[in-house]
Design a protein around this ligand. Structure first.
Ligand code: BGC
Length: 560
């Protein structure tokens, strides 16, 4: 059977050469080499930030006219979260703005990434229900940040869809494109005089797959082979429409930047010498990141690997058309190029290998023809399946560089969970940040990736979605048993403060190579004393060693 507009005529038999470069270049690194420490600093205007999101911190779930979101409804239904945790109060940030600003000021961050609660601004999701008190809260927050010289980075929608819109079908309803656009339009008009960095949607992949495929997060729809594709299609179009609204109505007067926060694990093939496995790793990335990034950053359309896989499976399933919807030419032109920078949320690395997926039941997961496992050499963390694999970040950043034509990149979320009982001694988090930020530095300094900013997740322990309050990602501990929700800096807050102050990891004085000149009449060629001969040898090693080895040689010779 011939399927119209579905799969490319031929299977993508090769990994696109540009992204393949990343596995060719890095996968042969030894375990030692990939863990080497690199000294250096980021560019002067590097944007150091921390993040939060509305539902995770604000509380005040029905304060001052706020409408319920799908997360309110979900968590208020017993049995959905550990110990029936809700975001009803969370960190109580709705009432504790000054405390949040105090922490941000103390950290000396340059930017704060937070999200707007849609149903606080529009209780029923639409403009006619506008709630001025909700708007006032965000005005106070934005003004407070600016007064402290902290740049607001605003996520317009971070998962907490107004329940009223879910009642109209949520993201499966194509009307959501216009509804979302009108909400964004309002946000640009209301806050855009002061907000210059926007992210329309946080992790559309999680919304589509976890919300409508697996159904583990609200709206808890379990339709793994159909709904995620429809939802993603609408999310992409909604994002593109909001981007054009900014372009058409606000860019000239406001001069800001608009993007979308995508998420990706790094994927390493099980065996880098086997093409089939490298292709599986590439497919995993295309299905996760490329699903959204390919249309937005490349050509307005889904990756070939996705079109081929889903089209092919649909054909084998005797369907009359692919479960992956297609864009018209006009839509492709409209979607292509609708982001001013690449915002990436990243936490961990997985290993992929080729496995032929099942045909029944229909499933996005099975469409990929691969399986993923943990990177077993790396330390586990307090969240299952999230090992700390710092070197994966450097590879992911390089892959983005190659695949999407060297865009400017913000690492929009990166962090690690620790048990919520961890009051301040979070040395695992310090290690995580130290090694992950160092990999971002390598990507910037050694590989020429245009890394513009780094946002640590998160400012403070908060409601961690399906993990409730069992774990926290915070640089600050929050005592959720105390009505005042006291915030206490952990070790990692102090550590991050110094990273920001130093703008990275400058080489400490006692680690520095000694540069200088010998006397003009120094007898290089005729010196015979053993000490002098050794010096000459060392100097030659220095000239010939690649920079990364050099760092190591340098520090080992000095410290060992
Ligand atoms: C979400 C954050 C969350 C983090 C850790 C990310 O996927 O965007 O809101 O805090 O995961 O759970």
């Amino acid at each position: 059977m011939q399927l119209p507009h579905r799969a490319p005529a031929l299977p993508p038999s090769e990994v696109p050469s540009k992204s393949k470069v990343v596995w060719e270049k890095f996968s042969h690194h030894s375990k030692f080499q990939r863990k080497l420490y690199h000294f250096g600093t980021f560019p002067q205007d590097f944007s150091w930030g921390v993040s939060s999101s509305a539902y995770q911190i604000e509380g005040g779930w029905d304060a001052d006219g706020k409408g319920p979101s799908i997360w309110d409804v979900f968590t208020q239904t017993p049995g959905n979260t550990p110990a029936d945790a809700t975001g009803d109060v969370a960190c109580d940030s709705y009432n504790r703005l000054d405390e949040d600003l105090y922490m941000l000021r103390a950290l000396r961050v340059k930017s704060y990434r937070f999200s707007l609660s849609w149903s606080r601004i529009f209780p029923d999701g639409t403009r006619s229900s506008m709630n001025q008190k909700g708007v006032d809260y965000y005005n106070r927050l934005i003004n407070g940040l600016l007064a402290n010289k902290i740049t607001p980075m605003v996520t317009i929608y971070h998962w907490d869809l107004p329940q009223a819109l879910q009642d109209r079908g949520g993201w499966e309803n194509v009307d959501m494109i216009d509804i979302f656009n009108d909400y964004c339009d309002f946000c640009f008009a209301t806050f855009g005089d002061r907000v210059k960095l926007w992210m329309t949607i946080n992790q559309p992949h999680s919304i589509a797959w976890l919300g409508y495929g697996l159904g583990t997060i609200p709206p808890s729809i379990k339709n793994p082979g159909i709904s995620p594709y429809i939802v993603a299609h609408n999310l992409i179009k909604a994002h593109a429409k909001a981007y054009h609204t900014y372009d058409d109505k606000y860019r000239t007067s406001q001069g800001g930047l608009v993007s979308i926060a995508l998420n990706a694990d790094w994927i390493e093939p099980k065996d880098v010498n086997v093409l089939r496995e490298v292709r599986a790793a590439d497919r995993a990335l295309q299905f996760q990141l490329g699903w959204f990034a390919h249309p937005i950053f490349k050509n307005g359309d889904y990756p070939d690997a996705m079109k081929w896989q889903v089209g092919n499976k649909s054909e084998l399933q005797d369907l009359s058309e692919s479960r992956l919807p297609s864009f018209t030419e006009e839509e492709k032109n409209y979607i292509k190029g609708t982001a001013d920078m690449f915002c990436i949320n990243h936490y961990t690395t997985k290993i992929a290998s080729h496995v032929t997926g099942q045909l029944s039941p229909y499933s996005y997961e099975q469409d990929r023809d691969l399986s993923e496992t943990e990177e077993s050499d790396s330390p586990t963390t307090d969240i299952k399946n999230q090992r700390a694999v710092a070197w994966g970040l450097r590879r992911l950043l390089n892959w983005i560089k190659e695949e999407y034509g060297n865009p400017q990149i913000y690492i929009a979320e990166n962090g690690v969970a620790t048990k919520s009982s961890t009051m301040w001694d979070d040395s695992t988090r310090v290690f995580y940040y130290k090694t992950y930020i160092d990999e971002a530095l390598k990507a910037y300094e050694l590989d020429g990736v245009r890394v513009n900013g780094y946002i640590a997740t998160s400012l403070m322990d908060s409601f961690e979605w399906l993990n409730g309050y069992k774990v926290g990602f915070g640089l600050h501990h929050v005592d959720f048993s105390n009505t005042n929700r006291p915030r206490t800096p952990k070790y990692s807050a102090h550590f991050y403060y110094y990273v920001i102050k130093d703008n990275g990891f400058p080489r400490p004085d006692d680690e520095k190579m000694l540069y200088g000149h010998f006397r003009k009449d120094f007898l290089w060629s005729t010196a015979t004393a053993s000490y002098q001969v050794l010096m000459l040898l060392c100097y030659k090693c220095f000239l010939m060693a690649p920079p990364i080895i050099l760092m190591r040689l340098d520090s080992t010779t000095i410290t060992d």
